[in-house]
Design a protein around this ligand. Sequence first.
Ligand code: ADP
Ligand code: MG
Length: 779
Amino acid sequence: GSVMEKVLQRRSLRMRNMQRGWQESPDGNKMLEFRKSLPAFKEKERLLQAIARNQVVVISGETGCGKTTQLPQYILESEIESGRGAFCSIICTQPRRISALAVAERVATERGEPLGDSVGYKVRLEGVKGKNTHLLFCTSGILLRRLLSDRNLDGITHVFVDEIHERGMNEDFLLIVLKDLLPRRPDLRLILMSATLNAELFSSYFGGAPMIHIPGFTYPVRENFLEDVLEITGYKLTSFNQIDDYGQEKMWKTQKQLAPRKKKNQITALVEDAVEKSNFENYSPRARDSLACWAPDCIGFNLIEAVLCHICRKERPGAVLVFMTGWEDISCLRDQLKAHPLLGDPNRVLVLTCHGSMATSEQKLIFEKPPQNVRKIVLATNMAEASITINDVVFVVDCGKAKETTYDALNNTPCLLPSWISQASARQRRGRAGRVQPGECYHLYPRCVYEAFAEYQLPELLRTPLNSLCLQIKSLQVGSIAEFLSSALQPPESLAVQNAIQFLKMIGALDENENLTHLGKFLAILPVDPKLGKMLIMGTIFRCFDPVLTIVAGLSVRDPFLLPQDKKDLAGTAKSRFSAKDYSDHMALVRAYEGWKDAEREGSAYEYCWRNFLSAQTLQAIHSLRKQFIFILKDAGLLDADTAINNKLSYNQSLVRAVICSGLYPGISSVVNRETSMSFKTMDDGQVFLYANSVNARYQTIPYPWLVFSEKVKVNTVFIRDSTGVSDSIVILFGSALDCGDMAGHLKMLGGYIEFFMDPTLADCYIKLKEELDILLQK
Ligand code: ADP
Ligand code: MG
């Protein structure tokens, strides 16, 4: 005890000397001056006092006022200054990985230190953190995971939950857990930070916690709606004649009287109706859906191009931030701009992208100053709305849509559709233009459409399947799932909760009494969707771990097969080359990954990716995720240290198919081969379609009675992504006993396998079992 105390005291003194040294140095002094100019600084004393006196404080302030980078730092500095630096441990959560890294780096710079000294970060797969780290930025998911094994957050003194106004699922979940924890840890401080003014909601959730607002200074931003944009740019919507028809005020007036949810669908319906009428046959439903603009056809991109041209030709210097729906649109537009005489000229325009799946090295570029006389244009998803601040933005182009996941509880189907943003988001986007000087915002939708937007977005907890969440709740040992969730800020529908519980029972993670099974406990540890976790575990049990590892990593990162809009056919052909009559997207993924590893060894990875329409970045991410999984599985005792990893796909294909099936079940559809066509039906008798880029979509017939699939998504109609053909015997043994109807017995069997594996005395039985299975599977 007291020895430790002395060590910490000595370290605290050292921290104080370092801090003072830096602040007195010329560079440190300059930095301090900058920090003092931020609006948060004026509230510093008030904030520190409120935090000292109250267990929970809610802080609001506009984006850029210094919440994230300053407030946790104020705590750290004041602890260091009072000689207690080494005794404090501050955690600040971020909804996204990219912001966790960006703010940690910024704070380390402000403190004149390398990352990993007193300031660190941790996100899934990556992190920098040392034994002297006392301020840690992490994703909210990371903190939740920590709470699984450390229920009281022992040793943590302050927790900041940032960006709570976004109402992300993890943040809402964290708040329930922390609320429950506070009475057990009276010394723990909880600080909630929000970019909008709706702090009352959170304050009353925590029994009237004090609220502090940081008045921010932003420059005025002029707002232009579509009608103004058309005038400014002289752009003509010639191919879209119906604009006057539905652009009229009176149509929207009736919309305003509808409930917000309905209203949103109505807007889309109206716009779609107008599009239908104008007869854009050339565009596939998918292309239309994924387009960013309110007029879902290529007008969207051309209009953006026209606006960007206008800015580059006519406007004052300053960076441009373009809000789009997702990575597909962003890369499409980027390619289109490359061909433009002005916007594609690297001496005049620098086009950068900013989205959730970008590599961390790429992320840094967007914060940097462009060379002189070069205009920076950042194409971003709604990630740049609040959690990321690009300092020099003067112009904002807002397409008015964001890709939103919703969940149809009735049909138990997740949907991923670009949908209209809320008024709050539109305001937030506009505000990004007024950070350094008066700005300009171009909303690419009519004002009347803006007025019909919902006020706020629906919390994520109410629009996502709850499978993973319910599993985590169970492993927190907080009692009944339904009861726990009913104490959320806005509880989800009970049907959604029931669906999740039923799913967890079906895959064997919960028993009939809703208790975690042996399998469930492992699934809760793995940082992936429960069904993928199950696939991993089955892969270790059946000794075909290596290909399964790649599949699970691929499914939990994203698809490495690229699908450029203009080269869909070539890309599809390239992908099918990896299929070799496997009738499996999952195995194509494995082959693509293994090919990439070989190409890397030969130094030809770049050409390999280019030739095969593969994303090197995604393959790299899959590669690191594989390593991470191996580490976690070994740590959990599921993989013995010397298990041969190199049991390649050729080892036993049927076994790999079986393991894929065991994970993805009940994601399964029957294959109905007719003379001219194939059709697919899911278990609940729903008709589904194959994704265009699936290797199975290229065959006339599929010689398997079943396709197991990773995911079904509703985009107009219900599509199934990555699928693999499986035989009846696999479905009976590894899916469920479709014909025997003996689900419970089947699940017991799976549980039994795990017991086998964990108990070395049963190894002989296991080997016999495996032999029997092998014979069965190869018949
Ligand atoms: P908030 O969390 O309130 O939105 P931040 O703490 O993220 O604000 O940022 C405060 C200020 O710090 C910003 O307005 C910006 O001027 C500056 N800043 C933040 N991140 C960086 C960075 N990576 N590089 C340079 N300046 C930054
Ligand atoms: Mg912030």
